[in-house]
Design a protein around this ligand. Sequence first.
Ligand code: VGL
Ligand code: ZN
Length: 219
Amino acid sequence: MAERVELQASDTLLAIDVQNDFCPGGALAVPRGDEVVPVMNRLARRFRHVALTQDWHPRGHVSFASSHPGRAPYERIQVAYGEQVLWPDHCVPGTPGAELHPGLDTLAADLIVRKGNDPRIDSYSAFYENDHRTSTGLAGYLRERGGRRLFLAGLATDFCVQYSALDARREGFDVFVVEDGVRGIDLDGSLAAAWTRMAAAGVRRVRERDLEGHGKESR
Ligand code: VGL
Ligand code: ZN
């Protein structure tokens, strides 16, 4: 059942990894990933607070298959903090793939969080790197600003959106994922598993049209 949600001035829109490498033509293209851009732009106009994330990996990053001789993208290996999926090189600072999608309206954003900048640790989540211990500081930033509701959209549903949503719940936020504002990679059923795990954690699944009102006007 769709629920209707009235937007409030203290709500934050968290736009996850809307970067060229995750869009068609990019190094780690999410099918139809670019379709989140117009949704995100419409959403951004309705929130007082917008934070963006960028996946940001130095060359030789542990998550790159190219860093592990003999390994291919989408294989899994064991690293210090557990299992790691190996990816094509992506979101390397200074490359066009790391840039936010050129159609994304970033002017309203208060903050850009970059994650995965440690060559030894991957970071799907906007809050914690994949060792689940190293914080990006985002939870503290959001708490200091006061709101407790986060609305997530972006790429990819089953990786960075999912990990961010689950960590946000652990940090005590009320979390909504805007389903028409996300697209998934779907590696071995990971997309359905992600929705199941998010629901079990109390993440609420909404559509753009279920959101009512305008956080910007309810000052
Ligand atoms: C992502 C795989 C590797 C994502 C980032 O943004 O979902 N997925 N790095
Ligand atoms: Zn990455």
